[in-house]
Design a protein around this ligand. Structure first.
Ligand code: S3P
Length: 168
């Protein structure tokens, strides 16, 4: 398989790091959110609003199963909630080496405070929502990860250097 997989909370930089890493390593990049939106022909916020979170989570598992059949030596960035399912964590390990981009609540808040595309952060106080979800999720991200990269205060090139150094 040999893929490099990026996991972490919404707004931790998975998509941008994935794109830049793809240029640097000359490997294709795939994003599970984009794959699901393409297949469903609608935005994630529409999927959540119409069919609910459970439907979306099943699509995430199906997407990983498809990647297992088809993908090697690529960069894969995954939605922030995907590693919470045990089956998904198992599939991630099968797919390749998993990097957790770990960011603090304030960093994420600064990036996402005006975002309207993440259904889980809409309504109410976003910082409290971010802090609560982060606390709930950190141990799942750690359980899924082979390498943890602390991203707060680092430039993208520093983050890429750290990932590249750790690729086995
Ligand atoms: C989610 C994260 C989003 C997207 C969906 C749910 C989550 O992806 O999959 O809105 O549960 O954290 P990003 O991490 O790319 O924002």
């Amino acid at each position: 398989m040999g893929n490099v997989i990026l996991i972490g909370f919404m707004g931790c930089g998975k998509t941008t790091v994935g794109l830049r890493l793809s240029y640097r390593l000359r490997r294709a990049v795939i994003d599970t959110d984009k794959e699901i939106e393409k297949e469903e022909k609608r935005a994630i916020s529409d999927i959540f609003a119409t069919d609910g979170e459970g439907y979306f989570r099943d699509k995430e598992t199906a997407c990983l199963q498809k990647l297992i059949e088809s993908t090697s030596n690529q960069i894969i960035s995954v939605g922030g909630g995907l590693p919470l399912r045990e089956e998904n964590r198992r599939l991630l390990h099968e797919l390749g080496q998993v990097f957790y981009l770990r960011a603090k609540g304030e960093t994420i808040y600064e990036r996402l405070k005006d975002d309207t595309t993440r259904p889980l952060l809409q309504g109410g106080d976003p910082l409290t929502k971010i802090e609560t979800l982060l606390q709930e999720r950190d141990s799942y991200y750690r359980a899924a990860a082979d390498v943890v990269i602390a991203v707060d205060g680092k430039s993208f090139s520093e983050i890429l250097d750290e990932i590249e150094k750790n690729i086995t």
